[in-house]
Design a protein around this ligand. Sequence first.
Ligand SMILES: *[C@@H]1O[C@H](CO)[C@@H](O)[C@H](O)[C@H]1NC(C)=O
Ligand SMILES: *[C@@H]1O[C@H](CO)[C@@H](O)[C@H](O)[C@H]1NC(C)=O
Length: 205
Amino acid sequence: MWHFSFFSFSFCFLLFFFLVPHQNGSPVGTISADLLNQTCKKCADESTIFSYNFCLTSLQAIPVSHATNLQGLAIVAMELALENATNTVSTIKELLNGGGAFDPFSIACLEGCLEIYLDVVSRLVNSIGVFLSENYDTADAWVSAVMDETATCEGGFKGEEGAIVPSPLTKENYNLFQLCDIALCIIHLLTLIPQAPLQVGCVAP
Ligand SMILES: *[C@@H]1O[C@H](CO)[C@@H](O)[C@H](O)[C@H]1NC(C)=O
Ligand SMILES: *[C@@H]1O[C@H](CO)[C@@H](O)[C@H](O)[C@H]1NC(C)=O
């Protein structure tokens, strides 16, 4: 249950993060609500697989998304991805414990995906860590790696000679891919603009 304590930790962190004034000293809440729309739009314009609606719906569901800056949005996307991946670990375990519903090939694939998703969870925790220390290149590489891993899990069910069994994890793989794509796009945007420092400390100059 370590992930629960991680979530509590990160939630406190998030609260702290969003309670501190950000870029240009503008107080939280005055940052334009358009940021969400604009960010999702900008990302969708840059990639054909990026879903504007998925981006908007996912981020809108989190109240803090309405009152933050780009860094905050990236954290929200990574936290959502982490929560998603953690839930998928449980989903896969339930499928495996369901008893007899799957053929041996599917079971082997599910076991492979379980390993992948356990790895994904720790990779996302680490990605959030390096992101918070503003190591955007590493965060970029690790979030990209997670996207590759969703493809590996999904592709496993296709076997060597084309489609053998339908993947029971298509929705999960798609959701995680899209959430990571949001984070990745925002990380790219952050590397393009001059950096305002991440303000998570209490000391104001
Ligand atoms: C964001 O986009 C949605 C859907 O396109 C629209 O309904 C909403 O008014 C937009 N919000 C802002 C702040 O532009
Ligand atoms: C995964 O994330 C998507 C998008 O935010 C959400 O709609 C879905 O309910 C989440 N699924 C789980 C199992 O957490």
